[in-house]
Design a protein around this ligand. Sequence first.
Ligand SMILES: [Fe+2]
Ligand SMILES: [Fe+2]
Length: 171
Amino acid sequence: MDSELQQLAGDIVSHPQFQQLRTLQHHGAGNTVYDHSVAVARAAYAIARRMRLSGDETASVVRAALLHDFFGYDWHGERFRRYLRRYSGVKRLMRMHAFVHGPLAASRAKHTFGLSSRECEAIARHMFPLAAMPRTRIAWIVTLADKAVASKEMAAALSGYVSLACQRAVA
Ligand SMILES: [Fe+2]
Ligand SMILES: [Fe+2]
């Protein structure tokens, strides 16, 4: 990690609860929430530098980006599926990972790292348009960095699945 980025990240990356994100699969078999969060922080930091944001604002961008997916549960796992199966229709839809994880990540980030309300709002809204529209530069940067990184990771995962399927078809 870039030394300035590491400095701005403070004690977040080495914190045991952030390190635990290494155990949670995210976009494809080879991608964890930790990999994704660090990649989003890098992308958001690059945007903040390019926009010449102040040091304080850049630090907020990095903290919010690192913690935007700090929800802390396995959304691919059976436990989460069992929880969803308790609901149906719109109630189930509104509890799906895409809708709930932003506010959950914001509340955990505030509790664990004492993030500011502006940083928490950026986290809570990063799933726009499935969440409310971002209102600050920090929130827009985190949202855009997340979309760019997630698209790349999902495209890589998809191409991995397609090539595996092709190999199996010709074997
Ligand atoms: Fe997310
Ligand atoms: Fe994300």
